[in-house]
Ligand binder design. Structure first.
Ligand SMILES: C[S@@+](CC[C@H](N)C(=O)[O-])C[C@H]1O[C@@H](n2cnc3c(N)ncnc32)[C@H](O)[C@@H]1O
Length: 413
């Protein structure tokens, strides 16, 4: 039955109803938005009722996807440029970066040729060039389990109540509001979503909704790309003013085949200075024992080379306790070398060979970084959506100098 622009659907089969509900929950949409989005997509793609409809859809999308596209991006909270490495691999050009730590700036300059701008709170949005993608791994301390429990025990604020760190998300929101990048690509620690009983995540989502973005998020473990468990939440958002319907974006699947193991990345003859002193080894064992007795799991992570490592953290430089390499019964364990950390994070050889800061700073920088291979995998999925936009508009978003770039040129190569 239909009245004007309204449509009432009766007798919806149970199975269909369940599917709509599942979509609604997964994508945080109303029933109406789900149904309209499906119908809009069918109309836009000119689908006919010769079922099956949606297998056709994926063929259409796949066919129009070039390997990479010339889009622009900005790299905020840039660290050593993990996002930049990945986005450049799929055709992106970096127009602006911000990072306030002087050692990370040094590495960034040596690796990418640009000196990042400093404190993001002092940057006027008007000074940031227009761009297609805003990439940002905003600081994780206030949201991480370690950060939270430490702050709780100190009785200090965390999350959005933490004036110096938490508010950086709102700084990001201010930039987004002013620049309206068509795409946001954010990353944070896994427990961002559960922090403060879910309230932190709720505020972030609410802010992004208010800013008028479609939101996709997923926790991805880098194990599969690198020999390390590293669960991070990736948030990809599309500007609703550019993308009228919710895009068919999907996060990447894990690479198939043999999973990387630690012995793929270990150096053959690491310097002896990385082997623990008896004093440190005794201390770590005593510390682990005392925590075990209290019933909590803190301790060192001793690992054999055929396994995969725990998450490399920014504090690895302190004692290396989370990833200690077993060296046989006649030798004490050792920590990873900075070069091995670069490999553990999946940084290419040219970066592994180009350390411009002390070991301490290098450990901190890798422990804070994203795994470029995972970011690249997500970026390839984003590129598919940009490609669809190209088909629709014949130009890339916010990139006037390539306005006449057409998808056929690239796709037909
Ligand atoms: C989680 S790390 C991001 C690492 C980055 N994704 C990478 O791959 O190397 C967050 C970064 O934000 C930087 N940061 C924190 N507060 C900042 C501020 N107010 N202005 C600029 N950078 C800041 C930190 O120094 C840190 O390098």
């Amino acid at each position: 039955m239909s009245v004007g622009n309204q449509l009432l659907v009766r007798n919806v089969p149970q199975k269909t109803r369940a599917w709509i509900d599942a979509q609604r929950i997964q994508y945080n949409m109303s029933q109406q938005e789900v149904v309209l989005s499906v119908l809009d997509q069918a109309v836009d793609y000119g689908l006919e009722l010769n079922l099956p409809l949606f297998p056709n859809l994926s063929t259409i999308v796949e066919r129009s996807v070039p390997e990479n596209l010339p889009f622009t991006f900005v790299d905020l909270f840039a660290g050593i440029g993990g996002f930049r490495i990945a986005l450049e691999k799929v055709g992106g050009r970096c127009l602006f970066s911000s990072e306030w730590d002087k050692y990370s700036q040094k590495t960034y300059k040596a690796w990418h040729g640009d000196m990042p701008h400093g404190d993001i709170r002092e940057i006027k949005p008007a000074d940031i060039p227009d761009h297609d993608i805003l990439a940002a791994g905003f600081p994780c301390q206030p949201f991480s389990i370690a950060g939270v429990s430490k702050r709780n025990s100190l009785g200090t604020a965390h999350g959005f109540n933490c004036a110096t760190q938490g508010n950086l998300f709102f700084q990001l929101a201010t930039i987004i509001k002013a620049k309206r990048p068509p795409l946001l690509f954010l990353e944070n620690v896994k427990n961002l979503r559960s922090h403060d009983n879910g309230r932190t995540w709720a505020v972030i989502q609410e802010t992004l909704h208010e800013l008028d973005y479609w939101i996709f998020s997923e926790v991805i473990d880098a194990a599969g790309w690198v020999p390390q468990h590293r669960e991070r939440v990736y948030i990809v958002c599309f500007d609703k003013r550019e993308f009228k319907q919710r895009p068919l974006f999907q996060f990447p699947k894990k690479p198939e085949g043999r999973k990387p193991r630690l012995d793929d990345i270990l150096e053959t003859a690491p310097d002896e200075k990385y082997t623990l002193t008896p004093h440190l080894w005794n201390y770590l064992q005593r510390y682990a024992e005392s925590h075990k007795a209290k019933g909590n799991g803190f301790g060192f992570g001793l690992v054999t080379p055929e396994k995969i490592a725990r998450t490399l953290s920014a504090r690895y430089y302190k004692d290396g306790s989370e990833i200690l390499i077993f060296q046989g019964n006649s030798k004490l364990p050792r920590r990873l070398t900075p070069k091995e950390c670069a490999r553990l994070m999946g940084f290419d050889e040219k970066y592994q060979e180009h350390q411009v800061v002390s070991d301490t700073q290098a450990y901190r920088q890798f422990g804070n970084a994203v795994v470029p291979k995972v970011v690249e995998a997500v970026a390839r999925q984003i590129v598919k959506i940009l490609a669809e936009k190209l088909v629709e508009k014949g130009c890339l978003l916010k990139r006037t100098e390539v306005n006449n770039y057409r998808v056929e040129n690239k796709a037909s190569k």
